[in-house]
Design a protein around this ligand. Structure first.
Ligand code: GAP
Length: 504
């Protein structure tokens, strides 16, 4: 019998599906590619990631706030934003079986070259010159045509209004800019964030959970005076901080201090400050190992026509075969506010320090779902007797699981009481079925940080066993101190070894 070894992606997907992280949407009918349901654990990871993102980026400036908006928007919005004309992916179709492919991806996979951003003609030529055929039935492929990725809706009883599902959350802050600028007393810079759904009719949403048709973005649009792009109030905080830059003409990761990037690479201080904060978010808060992180500069052909500076945040994900984009930092110039001023015929320019100007936009744009997958990839681990997710506490779905050693005497009653107390402040889980070893493994598999076991001694000494997921070390702690100890452990203020009496 031939043993087929599962790939890392398959292993993660198996745990994700079976344990309630995520699974195909509407799967009891006929699930469609690119649509996923977050289960009870995935929802917790997603919410924790979003809350950490909010805390990190909205605290950078007193005038960075979050708004919430509709996902269905009028056609005129997308005429002005350029999406109707430019939001296209290159499509090629099999002349025989009619399978459709994203031409640049097909070429990249077959020829191992970069093809993103090439024109229809250039892509067609590559397909024809290299005699690329349909991967399914080996028939010829059509010429490449651009395909608009927005979902079009007909709204109203007669369908008289053409509207679209927003393809990025970014448009909401641009549309709200005028009101919020007034409401926030005309302060600049001003930031408006949205964490919400975006929709794209992706041609090939095949990469499992990574390229979706309905997904969540966390985006912060910062409006500022273009003359002040090289100014930054908090520059001292980051000037000696080393960015991990992957420049497009260099193709390797370099450690570059912000000060050096400003002087040598001519990247503006306002941009670099936010790049440093993004890198710190990944390395310090999410604990992504340094070697898996890079800020990749996009070439002129790769970036959107309105982006003046564009670095993608990429993580090296074994399950996806290398560095993959999870976020971007885009200097979008006056494209957005200028475009909507023209499209809506409303005055959106501002008067600030006796100067009239169209605010420029710096955009921090994150795909939440991609980040959730990335966490599962980076923190997945296999050991002799178990698989686990080594999630840091700020993104793990469950903080602590409480177990009675056996279902005898007062043990379940004490354990349930402790569970109820802990579950108010933390996310706790109660489990009394199966051997204690199996219960630990089940929690390790989903990344629960700590386990607490109530045993017969607890009835005498009022102490329970606290177990650390990663080291599997155990310490004895008093029941009444569990809450404080967990709080300090989760905050990172206490080492596990110092949490109680060692049991090994
Ligand atoms: N507002 C700018 C914008 O939307 P983007 O590079 O198209 O820029 C930003 O998207 C982020 O959204 C990406 O870095 C990625 O993390 C996420 N994203 C984009 N398309 C996606 C898709 N089809 N499925 C899941 N995430 C996606």
């Amino acid at each position: 019998m031939i043993m087929v070894l599962e790939t890392k992606s398959e292993k993660i997907m198996k745990v994700a599906n079976s344990r309630g992280f995520f699974y195909p949407s509407a799967e009891i009918y006929c699930a469609k590619a690119g649509f996923w349901t977050y289960g009870h654990l995935g929802t917790r990871v997603k919410q924790k990631w979003e809350n950490l993102w909010r805390k990190t980026f909205l605290s950078l400036n007193p005038y960075y706030f979050e708004i919430d908006d509709c996902v269905i928007m009028p056609e005129d919005v997308f005429k002005a934003s350029g999406h109707l004309e430019h939001f296209n992916d290159p499509l090629t179709e099999c002349k025989k079986c009619h399978s459709r492919y994203r031409a640049d991806e097909l070429i990249e996979k077959s020829l191992k070259i970069e093809a993103q951003g090439l024109s229809e003609d250039a892509l067609t030529k590559l397909i024809q010159d290299n005699k690329l055929l349909c991967p399914k039935c080996s028939a010829e492929l059509t010429e490449v045509k651009m395909f608009n990725m927005m979902f079009k809706l007909k709204v109203g009883a007669t369908g008289q209004d053409v509207m679209y599902l927003r393809p990025e959350s970014a448009q909401s802050p641009y549309l709200a800019f005028k009101r919020e600028h007034e409401a926030l007393r005309r302060k600049m810079p001003m930031g408006l964030a949205v964490i919400g759904k975006a929709f794209r009719n992706e041609i090939s949403p095949r990469q499992g959970f990574f390229r979706l048709r309905e997904f969540t973005q966390a985006e912060l649009q910062i409006f500022f005076d273009p003359d002040k792009i090289d100014e930054c109030d908090n520059w001292d905080e980051v000037k000696d901080y080393e960015l991990l830059l992957y420049l497009h003409n260099d193709k390797k990761i370099n450690k570059v201090k912000c000060e050096e990037a400003n002087k040598e690479l001519k990247l503006p201080r306002f941009y670099l400050y936010h790049a440093a904060k993004i890198q710190q978010f990944y390395l310090d808060k999410l604990r992504i190992p340094k070697e898996l992180f890079r800020l990749r500069e996009l070439s002129e052909e790769e970036r959107a026509f309105y982006n003046k500076i564009h670095f993608d945040i990429e993580l090296n994900l074994e399950s996806l075969g290398g560095f993959k984009e999870v976020a971007g930092l885009h200097y979008r110039g006056d494209h957005d506010i200028g475009g909507h001023q023209k499209g809506s015929k409303q005055k959106l320019e501002v008067v600030d320090e006796n100067k009239r100007y169209i605010p420029h936009v710096l955009e921090l744009s994150f795909g939440v779902d991609r980040n959730v997958w990335a966490l599962m990839d980076v923190f997945y681990a296999e050991e002799k007797e178990r698989t686990l997710f080594k999630f840091p506490p700020n993104v793990s779905p469950i903080d602590v699981a409480v177990f009675p050693l056996v279902k005898k005497e007062e043990l379940p009653t004490i354990a349930k009481k402790l569970f109820t107390e802990l579950n108010y402040e933390f996310k706790a889980f109660y489990d009394e079925s199966g051997s204690i070893g199996r219960r630990y493994r089940r929690q390790d598999e989903i990344g629960t940080n700590y386990g607490i076991t109530v045993d017969f001694d607890t009835m005498d000494n009022n102490k329970v066993t606290l177990r650390d997921r990663d080291s599997m070390k155990q310490v004895l702690v008093e029941v009444d101190k569990c809450k404080n100890i967990l709080r300090e452990l989760i905050k990172g203020n206490l080492k596990f070894e110092d949490a109680g009496e060692s049991l090994k």
